[in-house]
Design a protein around this ligand. Sequence first.
Ligand code: NAD
Ligand code: AKB
Length: 317
Amino acid sequence: MQDKILVIGSSGQIGSELVAELRSNYGDSNVIASDIVASNQIIMDSGPFEILDVTDSKRLYEIVKKHEVTHIYLLAAILSANAEKKPKLSWDLNMQSLFNVLDLAKDKIIKKVFWPSSIAVFGPNTEKIKTQQYTITEPNTVYGISKLAGERWCEYYFNKHNVDVVSLRYPGLIGWKSNPGGGTTDYAVHIFHEAIKNKKYTSFLTKDTTLPMMYMSDAINATLKIMQTDSGKIKIRSSYNIAGCSFNPEELANEIQSYIPDFKISYNKDYRQKIADSWPDSLEDSLAKDHWGWQAEYNMRKLVKEMIENLHKKYNC
Ligand code: NAD
Ligand code: AKB
């Protein structure tokens, strides 16, 4: 029987790119997009779409039954910066959504689940450089606490209920097709739009704030690859470290200046600085490489080139 995929959170930064890639791999009609708000026109026009509040388990069940869904990619969440403003709402959404989906797999209504974790599971007591897979995880943000709890629940559902759930600790993701929503790494996307439109950008992180980052196509490839890997090869059922590249705002601005020489960056840190300061500089990801053949393709230089070229075309410069 043909696998049927439901993407929850299809209007977001990752969802809008993941749906397009899944539809080109599995066929438009086999990938159902869903979100609490409408998705972009390409997604709405290219295949099925359902309005869904994922905290509503009854509506989720109805959609799963209606489309005979076998696989769910759960992307709905409130990200780090917004979560600090609405802690209770964020905790409720980030956890309830996961339980609703894991329970469908526990009850054998669906076969497989993808759920993303984040570098936010680490905290100020974790080593900063080449942060290990197994290390101190003492997050001090609402978002990080929800991601760490989610990881523990994924592993629990696998061990206790044989639920086939896989997860990645995404770094900050950078893409040109969609805008980020309420994260701390968002500066590294906004900077490109402002550089091209206005030739200046004020960073809300200091110039030396190094964070793990990844080009969106690497993240999409990793997601598809771990979902397609034979279940027996997946040895970690909490979440895998995956690394792309690491840089700070000053290094990124310097690289952008090699394409836009009169681009100027200034700095005015805000509450997001504290969140960024609690996260690693770089990640160690050898277990993902060994277990299921993960390999990033984009370093900072290659990522900047792609971003600038594509955004130039998008803005018709
Ligand atoms: P996003 O904020 O861009 O998208 C989230 C989507 O979820 C939005 O379209 C929103 O409308 C939807 N949503 C919110 N509440 C909902 C509800 N009740 N029911 C259904 N949909 C709802 O986020 P993103 O950047 O696409 O991230 C997707 C996932 O990846 C999240 O779990 C996030 O924590 C994780 N992640 C993202 C990054 C990154 O850099 N973007 C890094 C690490 C982890
Ligand atoms: C955020 O900044 O909240 C996200 C993440 C790293 O999880 N981009």
